[in-house]
Write a protein that binds this ligand. Structure first.
Ligand code: SF4
Length: 376
């Protein structure tokens, strides 16, 4: 992430970036850069012919401004972004953003920091990208989260309402997340509900996968618009398929081989975690392919069932985490993935009540409901 010095505050103008020089300074070869362009193109489901176009666009990029707001959060999404021990190409691509405000990593503090934010909003109206981490409390006038004497709601309305686009990182910023769990004492909601007029794309997950943020930003820089999204505002390239569709334990599900107890032989052999409460069959996210920690592993790969953290109404709709999803008659090796998914969606909707029903129906018209969030 490009951390700016105190002298490098927003100047209201786009800055040309010398990417080849930046790569050379970081010790990144042109070959590594092209590998990154290939990987991010694949993540975005672009054909291989787009790779040179992505590379050319990033070469020619102008430096847009980004502000990162933290509200009711645990800073896990910031941690996810900064997790790499060594500079990666993805970090360098994020370096091409001019980060003018980020409470956790910026050098400025107090009034100086707030002045930097106010300057961006005033001088770059409609030109900057806002990233929001954490939910926004609406109850009692929003008093449960205040920064610099202002409520999160007031800041979000001003900053996100005047941004070119807002990226909600993590489940709290997308849908309210853990702070919104019953009884939701602060009236926590996601950014789209708090600022309905803002152009928002949701990247839920607890935490978000930083690779998906990188791909979203690259898409925006290369094509000048946000990627196509589902009915929950999530980009289809990352949330278009269920965990269950790409899970490495799926052959065991189809073969009826399940873990029945933590540490049993089936668990040691890597069998399916469905009976242990895995929510992969009704969770949409690319965890199995993108993985975490530089693609080292992911929760199901490490032996724990999916808890459905990228879905709306997480946590309430997914708890208790160790309760098995409803039994679907006829699933097993004789059933196709589509049949299993349909059965689970319908049966789970009954089990999870109103929220689950609404979620299941929204998933049902995913492809038809896919839309370009904006056409900037
Ligand atoms: S139920 Fe969970 S562990 Fe089993 S195949 Fe599906 S996602 Fe993987």
């Amino acid at each position: 992430m490009g951390k700016r010095s105190d002298e490098e505050t927003a100047d209201g103008a786009e800055q040309l970036l010398d990417l080849p020089r930046l790569l050379a300074e970081r010790g990144v070869s042109r070959r590594d850069f092209m590998k990154f362009c290939t990987a991010v193109s694949a993540a975005l489901a672009l054909p291989a012919t787009f790779v040179p176009r992505v590379a050319q666009a990033l070469d020619d990029i102008k430096r847009p401004t980004l502000v990162w707001l933290e509200f009711q959060d645990c800073a896990a999404d910031t941690e996810a972004l900064l997790r790499a021990a060594n500079p990666t190409v993805a970090e360098i691509v994020l370096d091409i953003l001019s980060v003018d405000y980020h409470e956790t990593i910026m050098a400025a503090a107090g009034h100086q920091a707030e002045e930097a934010l106010a300057k961006v909003v005033k001088e770059q109206k409609g030109k900057y990208i806002a990233v929001v981490e954490g939910s926004i409390p609406l109850r009692d006038g929003g008093v449960y989260c205040c920064v610099a004497g202002r409520t999160a709601l007031d800041t979000a309305r001003q900053v996100c309402g005047n941004a070119m686009a807002t990226v909600a990182v993590g489940t709290c910023a997308s849908f309210g997340g853990l702070p919104a769990a019953a009884p939701n004492p602060t009236g926590a909601v996601g950014i789209k509900e708090a600022v309905p007029g803002a152009t928002v794309i949701n990247l839920p997950g607890c935490p978000l996968n930083a690779d998906n943020l990188t791909a979203t930003i690259v898409h925006f820089l290369v094509f000048g618009k946000l990627p196509a999204v589902d009915s929950h505002g999530r980009p289809l390239f990352a949330y278009g398929k269920r965990i269950h569709d790409n899970c490495e334990r799926r052959p065991h599900f189809d073969a009826g081989q399940y873990v029945e107890q933590w540490g049993d032989e089936a668990h040691r052999k890597g069998h399916c975690l469905y009976h242990m409460g895995c929510k992969g069959p009704e969770t949409y996210h690319n965890c199995p392919t993108q993985r975490y920690n530089e693609k080292t592993s992911w929760p199901v790969g490490a032996g724990h069932g999916c808890v459905g953290c990228s879905e709306p109404q997480f946590w309430d709709a997914m708890a208790p985490f160790y309760r098995r999803l409803p039994q679907v008659p006829g699933f097993g090796i004789e059933s196709t993935a589509d049949k299993i998914g349909l059965g689970l969606a319908v049966t789970t909707a009954v089990a999870f009540g109103v929220h689950g029903i609404a979620s299941a129906f929204r998933h049902g018209d995913k492809s038809e409901g896919a839309q370009e969030d904006t056409d900037r």
